[in-house]
Design a protein around this ligand. Sequence first.
Ligand SMILES: C[S@@+](CC[C@H](N)C(=O)[O-])C[C@H]1O[C@@H](n2cnc3c(N)ncnc32)[C@H](O)[C@@H]1O
Length: 269
Amino acid sequence: MTSGSTGDTTRHVEETRRFQLRDVNVDAAFFLPFLRPGMTLLDVGCGPGSITAGLAGLIAPGRVIGADKDPARIETASRDAAADGVSYRVADVTALPFEDDHFDAVFANALIEHLPDPGAGVKELMRVLKPGGAVGVRCPDWSSALLHPDNDLMWASIALRNRWQQHRGDHPDAGRLLRGLLAEAGFVDINADATAQSHGTDDGVAEGVRYMHSILNDPELVALAREHGWANEVEMEEMRRSWVHWAAQPGAFSSFFWCHATGRKPGRV
Ligand SMILES: C[S@@+](CC[C@H](N)C(=O)[O-])C[C@H]1O[C@@H](n2cnc3c(N)ncnc32)[C@H](O)[C@@H]1O
């Protein structure tokens, strides 16, 4: 699929809606103990900037730079998540346009799993951090998923989603790698942990179905599934229905881990 086609646009709108629901006090909760008023912070892979703007409020009168490689994300962030002390710029985490030892803290939510070479990205975070500065990275781990009641079609849809991610060079199980990635890059005082994201209310279950349907209806996935024999249209439709059937059950519940890790660049704070 070429960039800018209908599938891409629909996906971008749906992803933006979902990312805009993110909140600094939930999605960056693990990193809040490292924040101080007046610090300089980089949020890489900032997307539409919902967490970035929240970070700015917590370190005022400091400065946050939100960086993302996608100009459309930076345009949305500059428009919708404008906040005092924040600026946004297009930048790739593998070649950040900042000098060595520049930031007091570097944060990345839901970025590492999208990098073809996660280790190279984490090393670049280390480069732009001041000695003693703090890093915080977080991403999901899809193999931790728990579904109840479950069935083969639901698991097949998750496997199909993960296969699509891997085909794109992503890492659906990156969460469990974070501690090792920080260690390999040379960070110290590393602390890795995880929290669960669950769908356990009527609204939450509906959101889970909406997410899986957005995946199973994505024109790029539908075309790849057909081309590579991952699933035919009848099977895809059965997978979509399995989520609707699941949601109709009073005990429908799902959960999976978001893993996070913090560390410090060696040297004096
Ligand atoms: C799943 S979104 C997360 C957005 C935001 N951090 C949040 O949690 O809502 C991942 C973001 O990382 C960006 N991204 C992917 N690869 C990148 C790279 N190499 N350098 C910078 N940003 C990248 C994407 O454009 C996208 O906006």
